[in-house]
Design a binder for this molecule. Sequence first.
Ligand code: SAM
Ligand code: DTB
Ligand code: SF4
Length: 343
Amino acid sequence: MSTNPSVSSPSAAAASFGSDHAAASPVRSDWTREEVALIYRTPLPELIFRAQTIHRRFHAPDRVQTCQLISIKTGGCPEDCAYCPQSAHYDADVERQGLLIPQHVISVAREAAGRGVTRFCMGAAWRQAPEGKDFDNVLEMVRGVSALGMEVCCTLGMLTDSQAARLKDAGLSAYNHNLDTSPEFYGSIITTRVYDDRLRTLASVRKAGITVCCGGILGMGETERDRIGLLHQLATLEPHPESVPINMLVRVAGTPLAEKPALDPLEMVRAIATARILMPASRVRLAAGRKQLSPEAVTLCFLAGANSIFVGEKLLTTPNPGVDEDEQLLQTLGLKPLESHAI
Ligand code: SAM
Ligand code: DTB
Ligand code: SF4
């Protein structure tokens, strides 16, 4: 059997991947795009089997991390991300709201911790984190949530080295900053920043000793090559992002992508399985879009190696399955929330 990565037969892909890569060197950042394509295009049952096999080597198979989001500053963003209801360039039905007060945010986190949620992510519709009073308030939020014993994540747009260092000092565990899609497709989705801007902020986050949460969105009209390109970018970050959110586009009226055809849920399964194989030690999060997925599709995503979800009625501005619905699903599947600070 050939092990040449340019071999395009799916069975050759499976055999080559299995014998050469997984056994010899489980965590790699030197994946080639061709290797990623071979994995991505493996027949689905084989792909899921391999992803699940690797998943079990690195993670407890019955545990799922629950993470709750809150939008701490909503709407009016100067960026033109075509998927986003919070961009000031579009006319989505999102009410603008200035920065919330720290006490309120901390009380929402306390309530979530009481329900067993172990990670709390605060999102702001900023192009870049501001300086001054607003940033001081974000630091206060981070200190307060961290004191509850939760993993604390923020997503505030671009950061300077100095802001990353101050967030770290305040107790920030993780920073979310997504690459969203392949470098080639990026310019069709966002024109107000470039891929390198994203990579620069990710480098500042790493330099500060904060863990990286970085993933992307499927269903924006990208090709399979773009999905492979995104996964290749993520898997060649060194070290890998500790957390990899895979979002299915939430199609929001008023945004340029509102009328895109619905994504085949099996593409989510394929992308998650590929992410699991490429980044075996990372948490792979089935992120936005769960409201649009059937329980069976979500189950396949878990089988493919997803081990983190967003819980709570709302993501940032769009709906998410209800708390009771999620508790029921996890119970039916025999999955339990991850309790401890694993990262
Ligand atoms: N403004 C900051 C930024 O863009 O980095 C932080 C907040 S932004 C809303 C966080 C992430 O949410 C984006 O990078 C994107 O991946 C995701 N997102 C936004 N709108 C989405 C949508 N309609 N469907 C799926 N994911 C979305
Ligand atoms: C991520 O990758 N997905 C989350 C979180 N990181 C910040 C955000 C999803 C937002 C979905 C659209 C909304 O609710 O506004
Ligand atoms: Fe602004 Fe973030 Fe939305 Fe882009 S994704 S428009 S940067 S809030």
